[in-house]
Design a protein around this ligand. Structure first.
Ligand SMILES: [Mg+2]
Length: 230
């Protein structure tokens, strides 16, 4: 079997979501003088935000709230946990977050080196759960756009990974067969089980070497290992 297409996840696989989001939240903590408003420090602010954001994302993924609800409420609820009830402030922080974070350009180790190498031998594509505009800004500001042919976002397709529809849509858009494609992603359930349900071999990017019992085609802890596989 000859691999011709390599599909990638974006957040936490190529684009260092944790670092970029953390740096943005630290910036916002100081820009909006949140210490003076009663939040002890940036770490505490970020810790609570992550809990609130994750809970709201769960609801969004389940189709229970909209993108607008998610963006409005994650900061409203974070501030409320510190006794701050200021909707205008929450909205202003939320808008700044969306404007600043996608422009951050920290990537996972070896990302560019590996994409340079792979793009000379294979067609590369993105399949990402996220908002179309936001994901394109991330790709542009971190100089990744040029490496990819098809860029598939869940917002455009209308379903999210692990739904097989998004993988099928991606294969069709890229004019690729599942048997000549692989998918690289950091989320075992969403990425790897998702793509393998579509007959695409999964390459599980597991930087913290978390234990699991799933059958995966390949497992790597650093993107540079892709150069050994391909
Ligand atoms: Mg990911």
């Amino acid at each position: 079997m000859k691999i011709k297409h390599i599909f990638f996840d974006l957040d936490r696989t190529l684009w260092d979501f944790e670092t970029n989001s953390h740096n943005t939240l630290e910036e916002l903590f100081s820009t909006f003088h949140l210490k003076e408003k009663g939040i002890p420090n940036a770490d505490k602010f970020i810790q609570i935000y992550k809990v609130r954001n994750e809970k709201l994302w769960e609801l969004y993924r389940a189709g229970k709230i909209s993108q607008i609800d998610l963006r409005r409420e994650r900061f409203q609820r974070t501030l409320a946990d510190f006794g701050i009830r200021d909707f205008a402030l929450a909205e202003a922080i939320g808008e700044q977050y969306i404007s600043i974070c996608p422009k951050k350009n920290q990537l996972l180790p070896s990302a560019i080196e590996v994409l340079e190498y792979l793009s000379k031998k294979y067609k590369l594509h993105i399949i990402t759960n996220g908002f179309h505009k936001v994901q394109h800004i991330k790709l542009k500001y971190s100089n990744l756009t040029k490496y990819f042919d098809a860029i598939i976002t869940s917002e455009k397709v209308g379903v999210m990974k692990p739904d097989t529809k998004i993988f099928d849509f991606a294969l069709e858009t890229a004019n690729a067969k599942s048997s000549e494609s692989v998918y690289v992603g950091d989320d075992l359930k969403v990425d790897i089980i998702g793509c393998q349900n579509c007959g695409i071999d999964g390459i599980y990017f597991n930087p913290n070497s978390e234990k699991h019992t799933e059958k995966v085609a390949f497992e790597i802890s650093c993107l540079s290992q892709l150069k050994e596989i391909f």
